[in-house]
Design a protein around this ligand. Structure first.
Ligand code: MG
Length: 385
């Protein structure tokens, strides 16, 4: 029986994970679950699956939770969550919260020598060097990627030698606006941007997919997960989302991982690793009816977020933290209809030139820069645009 803690239990990855755990209830047991604000949903899951420990990140939501009842122990505040992650008995942490908030819990789980199934890419974007350093000190801890592209690469690299890798090819669906002109992109509504052609995901990641910032964040995520150079990471638009990513080797061979676009598969692989669960309940991929697959270069003029992410990634140090924080706030402003879709890259670009690069930031500095960037954008976005 694998004991599991899920952070982000009520989000899109949380839903898929819990559906799998229900199906394989003899193999997995949830011993802790956290939400930001979805208290009643969390309590229902806890009572159904007998989860003994719950955590509510948002303070007002925690206070309102007192009106509801559950058999579980309920806590709030980052300190109590970190204490739980340091001392609880569990085998796998599913880090599926949204945004930079995931960094501290992931670092704590590494210190406790745990395995982490990482769906929260912002953690590696903002603090990849800290995660890497800490993993070296705690070799019993490891990270299993849940992001479909990184799970694909991880699977392609099984049994391969790192020095034989030439390039990593991240596939991108291209999002909803792959064929929209720059002129048409000016009037994109929140509703347009929240519709994804292939993947069913949460709001923040769907907007990131529409702007291709999601792929940019994934480039930085890949750099840390697979310890490669930015020049070795290639992005290719593949609208069908059947090939989830590929690795190119020194002999010019490619190994790609493919399947239906369904997050259940990479989540299941992280749960069952190094084995595979039998997922007969999912729609299989039928190669005889698949038809053709398309590939094309990404358009960096219409999708400047991808270019900005490569730039911040190559600059390194504090730049990816600024990129990520500026993006989180810009996406939030767009969702609240305070800015236009094409304002998102403008705000990020401005932040990257506004904040000077701070060399080798430690955790406190990362959190400080993250916070300063958020305040800067919130207070100045109207002047910047
Ligand atoms: Mg992905």
């Amino acid at each position: 029986m694998k004991k599991i803690v899920i952070l982000g239990a009520t989000g899109s990855i949380g839903d898929s994970t819990i559906a799998l755990i229900r199906k394989f209830s003899k193999q997995y047991q949830i011993v802790g679950a956290a939400t930001n604000t979805s208290v009643s949903k969390l309590f229902n899951i806890a009572d159904e699956l007998d989860i003994p420990y719950l955590h509510i990140m948002d303070d007002p939501a925690y206070k309102s939770s007192k009106k509801l009842s559950t058999k579980a122990k309920v806590e709030s505040s980052m300190t109590s969550l970190l204490e739980f992650l340091a001392n609880a008995d569990y085998d796998l942490l599913i880090a599926a919260m949204v945004g930079n908030i995931g960094l501290l819990p992931v670092l704590e789980a590494i210190k406790a020598n745990k395995t982490i199934a990482l769906a929260n890419k912002e953690t590696l974007v903002s603090g990849g060097h800290l995660v890497q350093e800490l993993l070296k000190k705690h070799p019993k801890s490891s990270i299993l990627p849940v992001d479909s592209e990184h799970s694909a690469i991880f699977q392609c690299l099984r049994g391969e030698s790192k020095k034989e890798v030439k390039n990593i090819w991240l596939t991108a669906s291209g999002g909803s606006f792959r064929n929209k002109s720059l002129e048409d992109m000016k009037s994109i509504s929140v509703k347009d941007a929240l519709t994804h052609p292939n993947w069913d995901m949460g709001a923040k990641i769907t907007i990131d997919s529409s702007s291709m910032m999601n792929k940019g964040l994934e480039v930085i995520e890949a750099r840390w997960l697979f310890d490669c150079k930015f020049d070795q990471i290639k992005v290719v638009v593949h609208p069908q989302s059947i090939i989830h990513s590929a690795v190119e080797f020194q002999d010019n061979s490619f190994i790609a991982q493919m399947g239906q676009p369904d997050m259940t598969v990479p989540i299941s692989f992280a749960l069952s690793y190094p084995n595979r669960n039998t997922l007969n309940h999912l729609k299989p991929l039928d190669l005889t009816t698949l038809g053709s697959l398309q590939f094309e270069a990404p358009d960096l003029t219409r999708f400047p977020c991808l270019k900005l992410a490569f730039l911040a990634g190559k600059t390194g140090h504090s730049a990816p933290t600024v990129l990520n924080a500026a993006n989180e706030v810009a996406v939030d402003l767009f969702l609240k209809q305070k800015i236009q879709f094409l304002d998102i890259p403008k705000l990020i670009k401005n932040s990257l030139s506004h904040f000077k690069v701070y060399k080798s930031p430690n955790l406190d500095k990362i959190l400080e820069i993250d916070n300063e960037t958020r305040i800067y954008i919130r207070n100045n976005y109207e002047d910047i645009l």
